[in-house]
Structures are given as C-alpha cells and as structure tokens.
Write a protein that binds this ligand. Structure first.
Ligand code: XMP
Length: 512
C-alpha cells in the first residue's frame, strides 16, 4: 500500500473499528486498522498522514485498560480520538476523566458547538450519537472545549497547535448527523490528504504488480463462485492469463443452476482456464447418514481439500495458490476475539499435499464493498458481484439432519422460487440474505381429496450491516403468500411453509 496516503485506525477494542476505517476509505483515503499493541517505531516507519484512536469498552483508569505511550501525540502526526480514544488523550495529556452515573449518555443527544477547527462545518446545534459511561470532566492544558451536550462539559476538545482532536461522540455512526464532516475536515484540512484511494487505480496497479511478480509462474485458484474468490481469480487472470488455472469443485450442494452459471461466466465471459470437477456423488457418499451440523462442515471442508489436491497433482507443479482472503478476515482485534459460534472453515483451510511456493491474496486489503467495486471495475456481471453470501458447506447446512438427493432437490426448487419472488418484488437489494431451509418436521395437509404427510419448509430472510447481528426482514405479506402458494403447488414433498421471525442473536442466520 506504499502508493497510497494512509491513515492508521488504532484499535482500543471498540465495536466500530471497521466502520471507522470504512468511513475513511469511503472518502478515498486508505485506512488500516492495527491493535493498540503495535509499536511506535512501526507507526513512525509507515508514514501515516493521520491517526484515529477508536472507542473501547474500558475505563482509562482501570489497571488493565488498553493504553498507548503519550509519545504518539508528539510525532507531528495529527490525531483524532473517538469516545474511549478521546478519554485516553485526556488521560495521557493530564486532564481528568470522571464516571458520575448521571453523566452517562446513550443514544441520540443534542450537540452544541462552541468553536474549533474540527467542527468548523457543523451548525450550532446538531444530533450526535453517544455511548459512554465515563466523560471528560476537565480538559488538559493546551486544549479547548469545542462542543458540549446537556450532560457532557467537553463533548469535543482540541489542541490545534499540536493537531490533536477528540470527540466523545461517535462520528462514524450514521445517527451523528454531521459525522462525515468530521472525517472530511480531519482527513483533508488537517492531515492534508488528497484522496487517492480509488478502485480503478487499485485494480490497475494490482494487475501490473502481479504481472511482474508472477511472470512465468503457474498459479492455481479454488473458485467457489462466491464474490471473493471470483474477484481474486479475475484479477490474477488479468495479470497472467492462461498461467492461472481455476478449479471449481461442484460438491452438489449448490443452489439451482448455480454450477452451470459459474462455469459459463468464467469459461465463456473470461475465457479462463477452468476445470470443473463434478464431485456430487463423492460428497453425498461421504455425507451419507451424517446429521450433526459441525460434522457436516468438517467432512465438506476436508473433502474439498482432497478433491482440490487431486486436481493439483494432475496439473503438475504449481508455484502459487490464490486465496480470496479479504480485510475483515485479517484484522487483528484490539482486545481478543469473540467466541466462535460455528466453525466457518469455508471451503476449508489450506491443502497439505500440494507443493507450492506461496499464497497470493490480491484482496487482502479490501472491505467487502471494495471487493465488489473492484469486481464491477473488471467487468464481472452484477448478478455475481452482488450475489448474497452463500456458506461454503452450501445447502448441506440448510437441509436439516441427514442429506439425501431427494431432500436437496426439494430444497433447491423451493429456494429458487423464493428467490424469484423476492426479486420480482424488487426486494433483492434491500434484503441481505434470503433462502429456504428444509426442516426435519413433517406435517399433515390436504391436497385435492387426499391427506398428505409432507415436509415443513422454512423461509429465512434477514437484514443486517455486518451479519453479526441481524433482524428478520419485514417482507410484505403478499410476497410471502406468493412464495408459499407457489412452493406448495410446484414442489412435490412440501405441504407447509413457515417464515422464520427470529433475530440474531439469539438465533443464527443459518439453521445449522
Ligand atoms: P450464522 O449462521 O453464523 O452465519 O449467523 C453468518 C454468515 O456466515 C455464513 N455461514 C457460513 N459461511 N461457511 C461459510 O463460508 C460456513 O460454515 C458458514 N456458516 C454460516 C452465513 O450464510 C451468514 O452469511
């Protein structure tokens, strides 16, 4: 990333660290997130144009709270502290942070600007989003208060000669009316950024880089048809053409017609060197009699690697493997990882039995929306680029219990109908993930004059920003009715359709 102006987002464990980096990148300035444990020499060497301290759940006076040496404020690099970051600046500079219960604020609060550079584009009064227990009760020497709220005597402060700025509220959250103005002023007026992080430029530079680095090398890519592996493959293909071989393992757990669509796009549109392995029977064989979800995931992940290894052996010696790793996969959390609820070993880890020199990860620095923008830039069809997330183990975790070809076929048909109805209603862009689940339940129904005893099919549709917490989508009744009518009429084996109205948490998005 040496070609770009860079902002450091120093992570103190805040839940919005990625959001901050995305806001900065949306303004065409490259931002990278590092944990607060990164050493100061690394910061100095990286040539950052500015540093943003994130929020965090701690209280600055706690022994175990994440801190940083005050030297960081004297590097001559502008600093913006947000929430806990603002309190940390106060603490490091000799001011006072207090924690009276009456001064806690949570939610939308009216902010009154009293002056300053950072808030120069704010009106006198505006809404801001607060989420704090502690507050700055006495600003350090050299700092002036630039905004207040009813309960916060220093909702923002700054030391303009030192170029250190702090806000108690969260400018990265959309509820802060003029939040983006803070980032604009900080990045362009204070840090002097020009805004050179543009996707077309990134694609062009990456392709040129890989053309040079991978010249004459044999490269192999496992293509799943998902957004990340597709964009990664196309980028490397642009750089090295037929020296890239893509292996697409069709495990038989894809949605209706999906395998053919992937093959068509990559073989015909991009003229890629593509090997499609039809391994449906092999996967179904391994999964026979297995009903425990984590076991299914493990079998599919492992089998995927075995199939991939076999293909690689047929191809002969390869130098590099392409992986569609994206930025959220590589960000180290400031304060440790959350619990693993499901083992998301996608299409499963790294093969052990292939001799290769290294891994190429062309999307390592990109957020998902940037991956999509890069895909569009390179001419990948919109339908693929905006494809909803689809789990590596595929329909195996949407057929409850044991998997059979018959159950898969019922699910595929029902799922296709649901997707068609959602698209027909124009809801496909606003609902983040939607699919059908074949439950293990059976119910009694009546069809014509006869009694049926068939499967219960569930529809699931969710809206979310991050897939960590989700709401169930409030789909209009007539759309649900159309899907339900069509499924019970057109799919043999389903006589009842239910709609899942559970948020995450407590439920997860997938049923298994
Ligand atoms: P959950 O069900 O944990 O899903 O709320 C969150 C997101 O992750 C996807 N998901 C998976 N993706 N391998 C994957 O590659 C998996 O085993 C897996 N399980 C869930 C899910 O579709 C949702 O987008």
């Amino acid at each position: 990333m040496d070609n770009y102006e860079k902002i450091l987002v120093l992570d103190f464990g805040g839940q919005y660290n990625q959001l901050i980096a995305r806001r900065v990148r949306d303004l065409k300035v490259y931002a990278e997130i590092k944990p607060y444990t990164v050493c100061i020499d690394e910061i100095k060497a990286a040539g950052y144009k500015g540093i943003i301290f994130t929020g965090g759940p701690n209280s600055v006076y706690e022994q175990s709270s994440p801190r940083y040496s005050a030297d960081i404020l004297s590097l001559g690099i502008p600093v913006l502290g947000i929430c806990y970051g603002a309190q940390l600046i106060t603490f490091l500079e000799g001011g006072k942070v207090s924690s009276d219960a009456h001064a806690r604020e949570y939610g939308k609060v009216t902010l009154e600007k009293t002056g300053g550079k950072l808030l120069e584009n704010f009106p006198k009064h505006s809404d801001c989003w607060m989420s704090h227990g502690d507050y700055i009760s006495c600003v350090p020497d050299g700092y002036t208060v630039t905004a207040v709220t009813a309960d916060c005597p220093a909702a923002a402060m700054e030391n303009s000669s030192k170029r250190v700025y702090a806000v108690q509220f969260h400018p990265e959250v959309l509820h802060t009316q003029y939040g983006n103005e803070i980032f604009k002023t900080f990045l362009f007026d204070i840090c002097g950024c020009a805004g050179n992080w543009v996707m077309s430029d990134f694609v062009e530079k990456s392709v040129a880089k890989y053309k040079k680095e991978l010249a004459g090398k044999k490269v192999l890519c496992a293509l799943s048809g998902g957004v990340d592996s597709s964009v990664a493959a196309v980028m490397i293909h642009k750089a090295i053409g037929q020296n890239l071989t893509c292996v697409f393992v069709d495990h038989g757990l894809l949605r209706k017609d999906e395998g053919d669509m992937v093959e068509k796009i990559f073989r015909e549109t991009f003229s890629m060197n593509l090997i499609r392995v039809n391994a449906q029977e092999r996967f179904l064989g391994k999964l026979a009699g297995v009903s425990e979800p984590e076991r299914k995931r493990k079998i599919i992940g492992e089998e995927f690697i075995r199939v991939f290894e076999e293909q690689a052996h047929k191809i002969g010696k390869v130098d590099y493997l392409v992986q569609g790793t994206i930025y959220p996969d590589v960000i180290e959390s400031g304060t440790g990882d959350a619990d693993v609820i499901k083992s998301h070993h996608n299409v499963g880890g790294l093969p052990e039995d292939i001799d290769f020199r290294g891994i190429v990860e062309p999307l390592r620095e990109l957020f998902k929306d940037e991956v999509r923008a890069a895909g569009i830039e390179m001419g990948i069809p919109r339908d693929l680029v905006w494809r909803q997330p689809f789990p590596g183990p595929g329909l195996a975790i949407r057929v409850m219990g044991e998997i059979t070809e018959r159950k898969l076929s019922i699910l595929r048909e029902s799922d296709a109908i649901f997707r068609e109805e959602i698209a027909k209603a124009g809801l496909d862009k606003s609902i983040n993930q939607y699919f059908a689940v074949l439950t293990e339940g059976r119910s009694v129904g009546v069809m014509g004059d006869s009694r049926t005893y068939d499967s219960v099919l569930a529809l699931r549709a969710v809206t979310t920003d991050d897939f960590m917490t989700v709401d169930w989508a409030k789909i209009p009744y007539d759309v649900l009715a159309a899907a339900s009518n069509r499924i019970t009429n057109e799919v043999k084996g389903v006589n009842r359709v239910v709609y899942d109205i559970t948020t995450k948490p407590p439920a997860t998005i997938e049923w298994e």
